[in-house]
Each structure stands twice: as C-alpha cells, then as structure tokens.
Design a protein around this ligand. Structure first.
Ligand SMILES: [Mg+2]
Length: 220
C-alpha cells in the first residue's frame, strides 16, 4: 500500500499540521473550488486530441475524440486524468477571489486544504498553493471526505466549515460531522447550471459571498 493510500485511514493531529485548534476550522477543497481544474484539464486534453465537452456534470463522460458522438472509454480517459495530475496540475488557474477569501477567513479561522487527487501529487499541489501565497496545511485524501473531516473537527471545540464542489463529499460530511457547516461551490461557470445541488448544503458560487457566509457560520 502506498503512503497516499495509507492516508485515507489516517486523520492527522491538528498539532502535527501546525494548527492550534483554538480557533474555528475551515476545510476547503482544491479542484473546482480554489482552482479551475476543468479549464486546465481541457487544455491538457486538447493537446492529446481529446475534447472536453461541457454537456453534463461529469468527467469521463465528457471526454470525446474529435468529431465522435460517444465519449472515450474510461479506461482511456483515466490514464490521461492521472497524467494531468502528474505533469500539469500546477497549471491550474486559481478561482477568481478564492485566495483573497482564504486570506480573509484566516484572520478568524485555521484553514486546512483537503484534496482528493490521484497519484503522488502532494508536492506539486503544495508548490501550487505556495506559488499563490497559501501556507495552510494540505492533506491529500482518498475516498469520501466525511471520516477525515469528522476526525479533524473532533479535535477542536470551535465551529467548523467545509467547502467542496462534489455532493457525495458534502453528504458524507453531513453524515459524519453534522455540526460542520457545509457549502457547495462550483468554480467553472459552464458547469454551474449542470451541477446537481441538495437542500442539505448551501450552494454559493461567488467567493466573496461564500467567504461572508462562512464567516457568519463560524460566528453564529
Ligand atoms: Mg473538487
């Protein structure tokens, strides 16, 4: 088992992440939240002769060879996805307003970046954050994010918030860490109307508005 797979079952101590636990905790995703993953991935795919057609809120089902009506099989798409993370994930453009919002939130909360990404991407993802002025701890997770969020938030008596684009992660947090405020954010403007939402979580696609709502949830 690789170190990355190991992490799926391991909740780090806040202390080991350099956090005190004496302020509220904000746990935030990268792809389609802090960063515009899809825009970058589609540029990478184009170089490899594959079109990303924004037709539904999906990944592999949106990948087509030029002129073809059927998406490429996932067995062909997944190696491209893995290779993108291995070679190009530092090219992801930040979501407008996202890092400014993190800076604002860091004045009253401790922040953890929690990302599910394939392969050994930790160093590249950390370099990306550093390049954009973000020094908050990064955890590369496998599987649903509820268990690790529950493990992290249990280490502080303060309020917490969780931000992700993906409903299964938000639902998992609702089940495993129900006291944590949950926000759904979709970075890509083309995907916004296609993304499924749920009454269980607040959906806010504008980072200014999102930061204000997170602050409010941490104070309430
Ligand atoms: Mg994401």
């Amino acid at each position: 088992m690789s170190a990355a797979q190991n992490r799926a079952h391991f909740t780090p101590r806040l202390m080991d992440l350099g956090l005190s636990g004496d302020r509220p905790l904000v746990i935030v995703d990268v792809d389609e939240v802090l960063g515009q993953f899809v825009r970058s991935f589609e540029r990478y795919l184009a170089i490899h002769g594959v079109e990303f057609r924004v037709e539904r809120y999906a990944l592999f089902q949106n990948m087509f060879r030029k002129g073809e009506a059927k998406p490429i099989p996932e067995a062909e798409g997944r190696p491209l996805y893995d290779d993108f993370f291995r070679t190009c994930c530092e090219s992801i453009e930040p979501t407008p307003g996202a890092f400014e919002a993190l800076e604002r939130l860091a004045q009253r909360a401790e922040i953890i970046v929690l990302s599910n990404a394939p392969g050994e991407v930790e160093a590249a993802r950390r370099a990306w954050l550093t390049r954009h002025g973000v020094q908050h701890p990064l955890i590369i997770n496998r599987g649903l994010k509820g268990p690790i969020t529950a493990g992290l938030t249990a280490q502080t008596p303060h309020r917490s918030a969780f931000i992700d684009d993906t409903l299964p992660h938000l639902d998992s947090v609702a089940e495993q860490a129900p006291a944590t405020a949950r926000f759904q954010h979709i970075a890509d403007v083309r995907l916004r109307p296609l993304a499924p939402t749920s009454d269980r979580h607040r959906r806010i696609d504008d980072w200014d508005e999102l930061a204000a709502a997170i602050e409010e949830s941490l104070l309430a």
